[in-house]
Ligand binder design. Structure first.
Ligand code: ATP
Ligand code: MG
Length: 637
């Protein structure tokens, strides 16, 4: 057997031995007595009886070996601010914030909502919560008041930490009025709001009894030293709500010891990040990628992590590569959406900077289509590693594991089952395993490995009902994604189980058709949905963004391109998958984490309301879909 195959086998056959070994990658205050308690599946407890602390592992334990190394490099192309914190400085800041929030009445087990832009203080706040055993729930900054209010009501926080404003694309987004509105809407508002002022809101409304100024309070705790609270491994570290692409967000609850171990192991085996090196993850602390690979993962590994506030194309599309050059970035992590944005820019920006320090670029969050993967691989000349996971799992389910064995990658596949995940592709109806290259629901047999969600916050029933009750004869965690596995063990994600189009009895994954459309060289990006059709059940509709606007400059050119795209789909997948229409737009509606809102596109295409849009990034994208649908309908009439 190959090296990775051995490694994986061991994680299945000797779970306790395997994970006990990984557990040595972190510091324990009290050793665990039992590696795994799986007596109450699907609930599982890892490292039972062990006591540890995430903040200690991310910060304190590096003080002896690398006190003067940069822990955080901060950079905002929105405000022009730049700076850095060594591990010693980070330790001091985190202790101050820990004392500040403890002074505001927060203690072990209390929830703290963090609603902040990408500033270092947001990271201090997360680590400070972890230090004192408080449970943070970071809500992506800029979410509407209503979304914030529902999360407040679910988490019932003791404290909310926020800032006066965030910035995006040069525009200031005032947070404080949003927070005030959310607290009015909420049934269970916290008593206190800790406010970090960036000086971006000249007429900040101050609520004297409730609002507390960060800078003033910090000044009173400059010399604070706060001992970490040693949590039992299964005690919660944080709650994070899922993106809400498919419906009401779920409060994913994460434990402490298992998460620390899972991250330490993934940094070593998957992301190949070594102490002293630099990692740049271009996500946001509001998402799971930000939690795991901006904050906890790189810091637990003793790396320098880049905290970047800004877009990939401002001040110009070379900014990321400049960051890589200036900081000698070794490992980078971003999303396919961001790469597709760069793909639409002039290529010379990629070659302006020295990116020779970079070993690998990791991409996750949504399907990485083959043309995009090829484009970035050729342009950068580094390893491109697609990895597939979810807010629920906290770290990859499917990936290459290059530090164990650098097996060849196949474009379009996020690789194979990651150690610890007992994956099965199950037939949606029978729950039987499907064969090679056959489509099934991607599931994992419990116990889920360390680091995965332990329950849905405050709702064990929902945890079991939502994730583990989809098959009659087998207890399996459902990812709600379709996938196939080839004979070599490589998985291919075909889309979400609720994103299936049924054309005349043929069940087609939206992802498959999108891949086919993207195979046309003029297409930068596409969303495919099924719309009700009297004859076929559903018809395929494609909304595509072209790389070069010239291709759709005239109605004749547009019609010609539409025909070409249809012919491409015929060739790639067969006529059954051919879109009834290909509409061209300049922007697709996405969530703020860059995921396509197919649900809303489909609703509009069928003449319904777009539904819950609290996570929508840019509303003008929906207007374009509406206009395209209207043009299509009037053309048809
Ligand atoms: P909700 O569950 O609330 O609807 P969400 O599923 O969008 O929200 P996340 O946990 O942020 O929230 O996203 C996980 C999903 O993203 C996966 O289930 C999968 O559909 C998609 N995904 C993530 N990484 C990849 C990848 N590498 N390739 C294909 N799809 C991916
Ligand atoms: Mg999901």
């Amino acid at each position: 057997m190959g090296k990775y195959a051995d490694f994986y086998r061991r994680s299945m056959d000797d779970k306790a031995g395997f994970w006990a070994e990984q557990a040595r990658l972190i510091n324990w205050h009290t050793p665990f007595e039992q590696v795994l308690d799986d007596s109450r599946l699907p609930f599982a407890r890892w490292f039972v009886g062990g006591r540890t602390n995430l903040c200690h592992n991310a910060v304190d334990r590096h003080l002896a070996t690398r006190p003067e190394q940069k822990a955080i490099v901060y950079l905002s192309t929105e405000t022009g601010q730049e700076g850095s914190y060594t591990y010693r400085e980070l330790h001091a800041e985190v202790n101050r914030v820990a004392a500040m929030i403890a002074g505001l009445g927060v203690s072990k087990g209390d929830r703290v909502i963090i609603y902040m832009p990408m500033v270092p203080e947001a990271v201090f706040a997360m680590l400070a919560c972890a230090r004192i055993g408080a449970i943070h729930s970071v809500v992506f900054g800029g979410f509407a008041a209503n979304s914030l209010a529902t999360r407040i009501d679910d988490a019932k926080p003791k404290l909310l930490i926020t800032s006066d404003a965030g910035m995006r694309g040069g525009k200031t987004i005032l947070y404080k009025p949003l927070v005030d509105e959310a607290l009015n809407l909420a049934q269970n508002p916290p008593d206190k709001v800790l406010l970090f002022r960036r000086g971006l809101d000249a007429d900040l409304a101050w609520n004297a009894g409730r609002d507390v100024d960060w800078a003033e309070l910090r000044a009173r705790h400059l010399d604070a030293e706060v001992e970490p609270v040693w949590l039992e491994s299964s005690e919660p570290s944080y709650i994070l709500y899922t993106s809400g692409t498919t419906g009401k967000p779920k409060g994913v609850q994460r434990n402490t010891g298992g998460y620390a171990v899972a991250l330490a192991a993934s940094m070593k085996h998957i992301y190949t990040g070594r102490a002293g090196e630099t990692m740049f993850t271009s996500s946001d602390i509001g998402w799971v990628v930000g939690h795991s690979y901006i904050v906890y993962g790189p810091l637990i590994a003793g790396m320098t992590t880049i905290v970047y506030e800004g877009l990939p194309i401002r001040p110009d599309p070379g900014i990321w590569w400049k960051i890589v050059q200036d900081n000698r970035v070794n490992v980078m992590f971003t999303s396919p959406t961001a790469v597709r944005v760069l793909k639409k820019q002039p290529p010379e920006y990629l070659h302006k900077y020295d990116v020779s320090s970079l070993r690998s670029l990791y991409l996750a969050g949504e399907p990485l289509d083959e043309p995009t993967a090829r484009w970035i691989a050729d342009a950068l000349g580094v390893n491109i590693i697609d990895n597939y996971w979810q807010t629920e799992t906290g770290w990859p389910i499917l990936s290459s594991v290059p530090a164990i064995e650098d097996l060849p990658r196949k474009f379009g596949s996020p690789g194979f089952a990651v150690y610890g995940f007992d994956l099965k592709l199950l037939d949606e109806r029978t729950g039987q395993e499907v064969g090679a290259d056959e489509k099934g629901v991607l599931t994992a047999i419990p116990p889920l490995p360390p680091g995965c969600l332990t329950t849905v916050w405050g709702d064990d029933k929902r945890f079991v009902n939502t994730y583990f009750s989809n098959f009659e004869n087998v207890l399996a965690y459902s990812t709600f994604d379709w996938a196939t596995r080839d004979a070599d063990g490589y998985y291919f994600i075909l889309g979400r189980t609720d994103d299936v189009i049924n054309v005349a009895g043929h069940r087609l994954g939206t992802r498959e058709i999108e891949e086919a459309v993207s195979a046309h060289p003029a297409i930068a990006e596409v969303a495919v949905v099924g719309v009700h059709d009297e004859v076929k059940g559903q018809a395929v509709m494609a909304f595509a963004v072209v790389k070069d606007a010239g291709r759709t400059a005239t109605p004749e050119a547009t019609a010609a391109l539409e025909k070409e795209v249809m012919a491409t789909v015929d060739r790639e997948l067969g006529a059954i998958a051919r879109p009834a229409r290909v509409c061209f737009v300049t922007l697709l509606p996405k969530t703020r984490s860059g995921k396509l809102l197919r649900r809303s596109i489909q609703a509009l295409a069928e003449g319904r309301e777009a539904g819950d849009l609290t996570t929508l990034d840019d509303p003008s994208a929906l207007e374009q879909i509406k206009a395209a649908v209207a043009a299509w309908k009037s053309g048809k009439a």
